[in-house]
Design a protein around this ligand. Structure first.
Ligand code: NOJ
Length: 771
């Protein structure tokens, strides 16, 4: 791939010969043997839409075409207003407009007053809800329940479409294996199989059966590609990914999202192996269009076209516009270089007009499919009824309950029983913005139920609930979302005030039967430009936790965060730990229901949980080398094993997994095996378990990971209930891109297979794949 990356983009969108060597991903769209030119016919959809759009393109000036390729956020520094730009046909899309009246007004300008009556497309980051905030995506992945995730995004789409938003910049499907990277929060974690299932589920949730389904919106899979591999976990830094890792780990969730029908793709900020993703013709043409058959349109990330100059890739903004358009960026987000420079570049022969036509065609076809040419308006009355409706709240609460992961429960401290007094302590216990999490720009803190409020409501009739913050978390740097929504500002300004508050909190713990400490990170510590070099609990939270435990009172730690944190001490001393993530609008009610046992935690970790930031990047699916898998040989000063493994999570009941069987000992390449186990609820309450299937290929043309997730199913069982769980193992999922053969194939041989309840699953057998 490095050779392909070094090919300077040509001035046509023709397929490069090098791309013929590209591998297949999981049997997805095969590349024909002969070189294909990138004709418009490779990007077609139904005839009626095409006829309409082609007719329209025939009437458009070059400036109007480039206008369709331009997305605007706010008024631009040159002073032109939104309205002027729309009337001149200089805007194809807006982002960040969420008021239905303003959306209708702008649509009216475009459709009634614009020369060609072309509707606008309104995009917004509906990442985990619009006004009703669902748990952050990493949390939703922890549900290990794609149907649940699809439902949550369908509800989010319903709310968003009701205000006139047509397009979300989600799902984010970047694999994240380094917890220091703040945007781990927005994805599904470390694993390509889980990530692919979550990617497809979200696309279905946002878009419905097809683009243009009523009450749905267009999905945008991002950030293509490899953003999650930022060096050192530092946001925006380069991603250097081997071909093997790219094809086998980083690209599969994109392929799954495209296969599920995602109508748009966003480029990434960073360079992938030296070539900025926004100018990366290999990614945008050879992989996305030619190999995967993507038919939608590509949008850049925020100012990432102009920033091709920052990368030292383009000589100036005009060169940036030319190279981004030529690479395959169809719409530019915000930096305005397309609008300012592309028409002249076309006239000078630097970009072909056919390249512009292809881009405009894909954008207009999408607008057509979304039904915007038929009816671009929304009803503000309908949206008022939809926003934070009862149905939305119920869905958000279920999502939060199903996302929580129980990490520890010594002596079955949870669910709480019989406590007459509860101390709810911590800087996040009653913080509405932090309960919502990052990327909840249209959320209203006032709609949000905090953990303290939830506990008061759930336990208030039977227990005295006392609360205080104990400590505050100071932000090290301003958030990029400052002014939009913020965590409460520290009010304890002197050391004396801080000491008094700390002691007050510990006194409350002493006076109570049980203490619930709600600790973690401010929402602004996760997300964009929110990477951390350490994973410790920020501020004096660890000290507070240790002091609370030292009182001898039972302590429950509720974590609010969106990356693993260093809780090594807590994992040995705090009897109960519930990972609630940033649980959203109904988060407090969901946490209270879980603490009270009205709901049972059943989530599982979508990431390996480190003991220390020094272990990062940490992931279960590593290769074996030299000395067999002994975690004590990898570091001189500590274990290399995670604190909690990928796939881990407890329940209020217990389960056994037994009687592992496969439908055959041998399976033909391309065929399927049925794997069955008996799952039994051996405890006293109803609970959920996620049965997980892992495989390992013993030998082949390349070393393969010690274990790879290849199947899972979440189930609910009553006390004493047994169920035979059948998981289908498709040998196509055993294929991989080999760095020796430079091809994707299923290699015959012996495989280990484990089934269990996390990535250390013990039930084991083997099977053989034959040609
Ligand atoms: C930049 C982020 O990287 C991207 O994920 C987001 O969709 C855009 N800004 C628009 O907000």
């Amino acid at each position: 791939m490095s050779l392909l990356h070094s090919l300077r983009p040509a001035l046509t969108r023709r397929l490069t010969a090098g791309s013929l060597s590209l591998a297949l991903l999981g049997g997805f769209t095969a590349l024909p043997a002969e070189t294909r030119t990138h004709t418009t016919s490779s990007r077609t959809s139904d005839a009626e839409a095409e006829g309409f759009v082609d007719g329209l393109i025939g009437k458009m000036t070059l400036e109007e075409k480039v206008g369709q390729m331009s997305q605007v956020a706010l008024n631009t520094p040159d002073g032109a207003t939104r309205d002027e730009r729309v009337l001149k046909g200089e805007v194809g899309s807006f982002l960040f407009v969420t008021d239905p009246k303003e959306i209708n007004r702008l649509q009216h300008l475009a459709v009634e007053k614009g020369r060609l009556h072309i509707p606008l497309i309104f995009g917004f980051d509906v990442i985990h809800g619009l006004r009703t905030i669902y748990p952050v995506p990493l949390a939703m992945a922890a549900s290990w329940d794609p149907e649940q995730v699809e439902t949550a995004q369908r509800m989010a789409a319903r709310e968003a479409s009701s205000v006139g938003i047509n397009w979300t910049f989600a799902p984010m499907v970047d694999i994240a294996r380094d917890a220091r990277w703040g945007r781990m929060m927005e994805g599904a974690g470390e694993d390509p199989f889980l990530g692919s299932r979550m990617a497809a589920a979200q696309v279905r949730g946002f878009q419905g059966e097809k683009i243009g389904s009523p009450d749905h919106i267009l999905a945008c899979v991002k950030h293509f590609a490899g953003y999650g591999a930022a060096e050192g976990g530092r946001d925006y830094d380069s991603a250097n990914i081997s071909d093997e890792q790219l094809w086998n780990v980083y690209l599969p969730p994109y392929a799954a999202a495209v296969k599920a029908g995602a109508g748009s793709v966003m480029t990434a900020y960073m360079d992938l192996n030296g070539v900025p993703a926004t100018g990366n013709r290999w990614l945008l043409q050879d992989v996305l269009r030619e190999k995967w058959g993507f038919k939608g349109f590509v949008v850049s990330d925020w100012e990432s076209v102009k920033n091709l100059t920052t990368h030292g890739f383009s000589v100036d903004p005009k060169d940036a516009a030319v190279r981004a358009a030529d690479a395959g960026v169809d719409m530019e987000m915000t930096s305005g270089t397309f609008r300012d420079d592309l028409p002249a570049a076309v006239r000078q022969g630097l970009v072909k007009e056919s390249t512009i036509d292809e881009a405009v065609r894909d954008i207009l076809l999408t607008k057509y499919k979304l039904g915007l040419f038929r009816d671009p308006y929304v009803s503000p009355e309908r949206s008022a009824a939809e926003l934070v409706s009862q149905a939305q709240r119920e869905a958000a609460r279920t999502a939060a309950e199903r996302s929580a992961v129980l990490l520890r429960n010594e002596g079955n401290l949870l669910p709480l029983r019989g406590a007459k007094s509860i101390a709810v302590i911590g800087p996040l216990a009653d913080s509405k913005p932090d309960t919502m999490g990052s990327w909840s720009l249209a959320g209203h803190p006032d709609d949000t139920v905090t953990v303290l409020e939830g506990i008061r409501k759930r336990f208030g009739a039977s227990a005295t609930v006392n609360s205080t913050t104990g400590v505050e978390i100071e932000r090290a740097q301003p958030s990029i979302f400052d002014g939009q929504f913020e965590s409460p500002k520290p009010t304890l300004t002197t050391d004396g005030q801080q000491e008094t508050e700390f002691h007050h909190a510990i006194d409350l713990v002493k006076q109570s039967d049980v203490a619930v400490l709600v600790l973690g990170e401010l929402q602004s510590m996760s997300g964009e430009r929110a990477s951390r070099s350490s994973l410790t609990l920020p501020g004096r939270q660890e000290e507070l936790l240790e002091a609370a435990v030292a009182t001898g009172k039972p302590v429950v730690l509720v974590l609010m965060n969106a990356r693993p944190l260093d809780i090594t001490w807590a994992s040995a001393h705090v009897p109960a730990i519930l990972e609630a993530w940033y649980p959203g609008t109904e988060g407090g009610n969901a946490v209270a229901a879980l603490l009270g046992g009205d709901a049972s935690p059943g989530g599982k970790l979508p990431v390996s949980w480190p003991r220390d930031a020094g272990q990062e990047p940490l992931y279960y699916s590593h290769n074996l080398t030299q000395i067999p898998n002994d975690p004590d040989t990898r570091y001189w000063d500590g274990s290399s094993a995670p604190l909690y493994p990928f796939g881990y999570g407890l329940s209020y009941t217990s389960f056994t997994v037994e009687r592992l069987k496969t439908s055959a000992e041998q399976v033909k390449s391309g065929g399927k095996l049925t794997v069955s186990v008996e799952l039994r609820n051996t405890g006293a309450v109803t609970g959920d378990e996620v049965v997980q299937l892992y495989t390992h290929q013993r030998s082949g043309s390349a070393s393969r990971p010690v274990r790879e997730l290849k199947g899972f199913q979440r189930l609910t069982l009553k006390p004493g209930e047994r169920k035979t769980v059948e998981l289908s193992l498709d040998t196509n999922d055993l294929g991989f891109w080999s760095p020796q053969t430079h091809r994707w194939s299923i290699e015959p041989g012996v495989f280990d297979l484990w089934v269990g309840t996390d990535s250390t699953a013990k039930e084991h057998t083997t099977f053989t794949v034959v040609q």
